[in-house]
Write a protein that binds this ligand. Structure first.
Ligand code: AMP
Length: 280
């Protein structure tokens, strides 16, 4: 497995790989877990070579403390990627990604400012900007993103469509712990009490799904999520949004077809998000 820290080196590595067939890309911020590895597996199943990136992107963090305490487990990450057969890892320094005088941003001007974008100002602009840079640097044929970060996936799909970026985007279902909690690099920062409380997110999504399947409205389902989270004193609900997964417009009334439910809550100083897409 090649480990590249410069744009020049990763481009040279990908140029070699492209002679053998297509290249799949998995972008991460490290602290890898089985969720990330599911993306690697999906990419390996479809491409001759997989490139992974590890870059804790400063521009997508609103809170400097969150950036500083973001878990970093580089040695273990590289061992996991190597064991999964990844051909090359790109792990640049911040200055390689954001050169002196850097002033260009990429923003989905609508989608970045609704739903979770409202509670995380600037977050999706940071994501769209760094993902554009990574797409331009690696030049992969396809990239794989987790459905867990539901709005992020929608932002990336929109950006690729609007900018005619020559890359296919694939979503991969959320990988969960045995008790249902969505795997996240942030889970290691939960206290034992907050960790025990966190599966309330899954309980709340299940309550909403049951109501929607029994013909109740979006508003009733959203109320059920709020009521369920309120039963857990260690969870503070941040946002609940129920959307049309294609247009990402807010859903209302009694849905039929597909519905995306997005949920986020604070457990101490850790923000956790979860999602569920259902077809009625
Ligand atoms: P991150 O390192 O948190 O930026 O995540 C990198 C990629 O892994 C993103 O596309 C995430 O959506 C995806 N991902 C993170 N957690 C999971 C999970 N539990 N299941 C599936 N994909 C995930």
């Amino acid at each position: 497995m090649k480990i590249c820290t410069t744009i020049k080196d990763i481009r040279a590595a990908v140029a070699e790989m492209s002679k053998q067939g297509t290249v799949g890309l998995v972008t991460t911020m490290g602290a890898l877990h089985a969720g990330h590895m599911a993306l690697v597996k999906a990419a390996s199943n479809a491409h001759s070579n997989v490139v992974a990136t590890i870059f804790v992107n400063p521009t997508q963090f609103g809170n400097p403390a969150d950036l500083e305490t973001y878990p970093r487990t580089e040695t273990q990450d590289l061992a996991m990627l190597k064991a999964a057969g990844v051909a090359a890892v790109f792990m640049p320094q911040v200055a390689e990604m954001y050169p002196d005088g850097d002033e260009t941003i990429v923003e989905t001007t609508g989608l970045a400012h609704v739903f979770h974008g409202l509670v995380r100002p600037g977050h999706y602009r940071g994501v769209a900007t760094v993902v554009t840079k990574l797409f331009n640097i690696v030049g992969a044929n396809a990239a794989y993103f987790g459905e867990k970060d539901y709005q992020q996936l929608a932002v990336i799909r929109r950006m690729v469509r609007d900018l005619h970026a020559p890359i296919e985007i694939h979503g991969v279902p959320t990988v969960r712990e045995a008790d249902g909690l969505a795997m996240s690099s942030r889970n290691v920062r939960l206290t034992p009490d907050h960790r025990a409380a966190a599966p309330i997110l899954v309980t709340a999504l299940a309550a909403a799904e049951a109501l929607l399947r029994s013909g109740e409205t979006i508003e009733t389902a959203a109320d059920a999520i709020r009521a369920t989270i309120a039963t857990e004193p260690l969870a503070d609900l941040v946002a609940v949004d129920i959307v049309d997964p294609t247009t990402f417009a807010p859903a209302t009334g009694t849905p039929n077809g597909s519905i995306g439910i997005m949920l986020s809550a604070q457990f101490g100083d850790v923000l956790l998000i979860d999602q569920k897409e259902i077809t009625l």
